[in-house]
Ligand binder design. Structure first.
Ligand SMILES: Cc1cc2nc3c(=O)[nH]c(=O)nc-3n(C[C@H](O)[C@H](O)[C@H](O)COP(=O)(O)O)c2cc1C
Length: 331
């Protein structure tokens, strides 16, 4: 069954998302090169890796580099983490100056180091502080402020409707709701009823997130009342997953799955974009930790992966991928 209404543009404040399928933020993965692939692959919104508001406050160069956006990736949100409303407001201004279309608050990161500073998922324990952060940011920038959190801290807990109302009252324009509790990090089932309750509790759009890999899973979240879907890891294996799901949801039939050669072409494009951002050698080095994702499930992946670790130039990468996919014609 297809339903045209499930796929639709989303107004987020003054920003128009061309569809309701977003790339979820992923530290170490959603850099500008990857975001461009996702935008080209049909994502209606892309999001940076989380950037520390405190690091920006102290002028950390690496953090400022993470704010850099490229022309091919808009609309793009910059995601910030922090627990101090003043620092988050300053960081939001830096994000706005960097050209972000939206600025997103990370209130769902389960990593201990982040939570110990009161940021990430720890903000779910302090709804008033979360509200203060959002409203301070809303007052400090013209771009819409959005927030991402989880259904709860531990399994079975449903804090989402309350937090959604807090976010809406504070002026947030969109919520991304990860349907797993913080205690489960990124594994296990999502709590669809809790997500439905949160979506019903507010007027602003709530994008569901967690474990969506195909149109059926996206449809389940949309039919539960989510205004959109954010996709994380499935996009890492296939940045064209958005277009595939969109084709299915809009009734154009199931999008065709990516062939191995098409995936390698995308990987090569990713490497070229990465080289443009970081330089050839450094760009390749940064891609090393992602090569496993790109080759996953393909024959001979282990050998190709090992060879990849020694590459220094794009030409070598191209030769390896040509050899791997069975000749230049295939690539
Ligand atoms: C490697 C990795 C890094 C992540 N980094 C962030 C992050 O910086 N900010 C954030 O809000 N969520 C982060 N997440 C969570 C994702 O945005 C998403 O909520 C989660 O992966 C569930 O979606 P999925 O099942 O579609 O991958 C990260 C997840 C992974 C796997």
């Amino acid at each position: 069954m297809t339903d045209k209404k499930l796929l639709h543009p989303v107004p987020v404040g003054r920003v128009a998302l061309r569809n309701n399928l977003a790339l979820a933020p992923m530290a170490g993965i959603t850099n500008a090169a990857f975001r461009i692939l996702a935008a080209e692959g049909g994502a209606g919104l892309v999001v940076t890796e989380m950037v520390s508001a405190e690091s920006l406050k102290y002028g950390n160069k690496k953090s400022f580099k993470m704010l850099e956006l490229l022309p091919g990736e808009h609309p793009a949100a910059i995601q910030l983490f922090g627990a101090d409303p003043a620092s988050m407001a300053l960081a939001a201004q830096a994000a706005e100056r960097a050209g972000a279309d939206l600025v997103d608050v990370n209130a769902g990161c389960p990593v201990k180091k982040v939570q110990r500073s009161g940021a990430g998922a720890a903000l779910m324990k302090t709804p008033q502080l979360l509200g203060d952060i959002i409203s301070r940011m809303v007052k400090s920038v013209k771009i819409p402020v959005t927030v991402k959190f989880r259904v709860g801290l531990t399994a079975g807990e449903n804090l989402a409707p309350l937090l959604a109302r807090v976010a809406e009252e504070a002026g947030a324009a969109l919520i991304t709701l990860h349907g797993r509790p913080a205690s489960q990090f990124h594994t296990g089932p999502v709590d669809l009823p809790a997500m439905a309750a949160a979506a019903a509790a507010v007027k602003i759009p709530v994008f569901g997130n967690g474990g969506v890999e195909n149109a059926a899973q996206a449809r389940a979240m949309l039919e539960a009342g989510c205004a959109g879907v954010a996709i994380g890891r499935a996009a890492v294996f296939n940045p064209a997953v958005f277009a595939e799901i969109a084709a299915d949801l809009s009734g154009a039939g199931a999008g065709s799955a990516l062939t191995a050669a098409a995936r390698m072409r995308l990987f090569l494009r990713f490497l070229e974009l990465n080289a443009g951002i970081y330089g050839e050698e450094h760009g390749l080095a940064r891609a090393r930790k992602l090569v496993g994702y790109w080759l996953k499930g393909l024959p001979g992946a282990a050998g190709a992966r090992a060879s990849f670790m020694r590459l220094k130039t794009l030409k070598e990468a191209e030769d390896l991928l040509i050899q791997y996919t069975g000749g230049r014609g295939a690539l």
